[in-house]
Design a protein around this ligand. Sequence first.
Ligand code: C2E
Ligand code: MG
Ligand code: MG
Ligand code: MG
Length: 282
Amino acid sequence: YAKKKQGSAIQIFNHALLNTFKEDALIERDLQAALKNREFELYYQPLKDLGRQAYIGAEALIRWHHPKKGVLYPGAFIDIAEQTGMIASIGEWVLEAACRQLNLWQHHNINISMHVNVSARQFFSTQLYDQVWQLVTRYRIRPNTLILEITETELMEDVVYATHLCKELAELGVGLAIDDFGTGYSSMRYLKQFPISKLKIDRSFISDLNVSRESREIVSAIIAMAKALNLSLTAEGVETAEQESFLSALSCHQAQGFLYSPALREAEFSQFLRANAETPLH
Ligand code: C2E
Ligand code: MG
Ligand code: MG
Ligand code: MG
């Protein structure tokens, strides 16, 4: 009986695994054509300065208008793009699209910064610096309005190279933010060593601020540390007014989340900025 049970468990496991493989293979096949067919689009999520009560930035988040499946979020395809190496061309497209948009905003006197996610493979490719330099030059971007985001875990994959690249980007004036901060392992020593400009507190700490004393302690410690190290700080995934008050009371610089807006298509994002321009202090 045990053997039989085990056998069927393995079969179920194999079946599920096989489906995942099939699904991934289909995504992989469709990804090949997606760039050429212009199926990607950047959406923009506003970042709010809590002190000034004004929107001061955008995070570009990729969406895939899949011909059959509808809108796909990065969770459905970024890992596959990483594994197959397709992230190189997708990432290049993302950077270019974001810089082109930033140029348009600057042209229309919309003074906000642009945050762009880069994956490990992209960050550690020898071409990233040149790509960024060329885009900043071609689109006449004020370098400090462009901020690259990389997750803590990915940044730590190669500390020596990461330190070198961070320094080069810093000299160029382009910002670097550690994304999902608090979920990886980064020692305080590296925070001191990397010339990064910003931390983004992972939303897992924000989501249970009201129920977890530990999360409240961790968030206030991160805020204090960012201040001491002179790093700018954004709280991700702010969904309630209570979470915002908690963060404001500790003078966390910026917040981002569904409380303000999800990521929007460009036209709606510009509309959002106009509707929320110069929100008065209260
Ligand atoms: P991330 O960089 O940490 O981006 C924040 C994610 O949290 C986004 O998910 C955003 O839609 C979501 N979010 C924002 N506010 C809230 C909130 O209040 N509550 C909740 N529950 N979620 C919120 P999204 O767009 O699905 O992106 C997921 C991840 O995919 C991103 O995490 C980023 O790591 C990656 N990603 C997105 N765009 C790109 C890209 O162009 N290139 C690369 N390499 N990665 C990307
Ligand atoms: Mg991000
Ligand atoms: Mg994040
Ligand atoms: Mg992330």
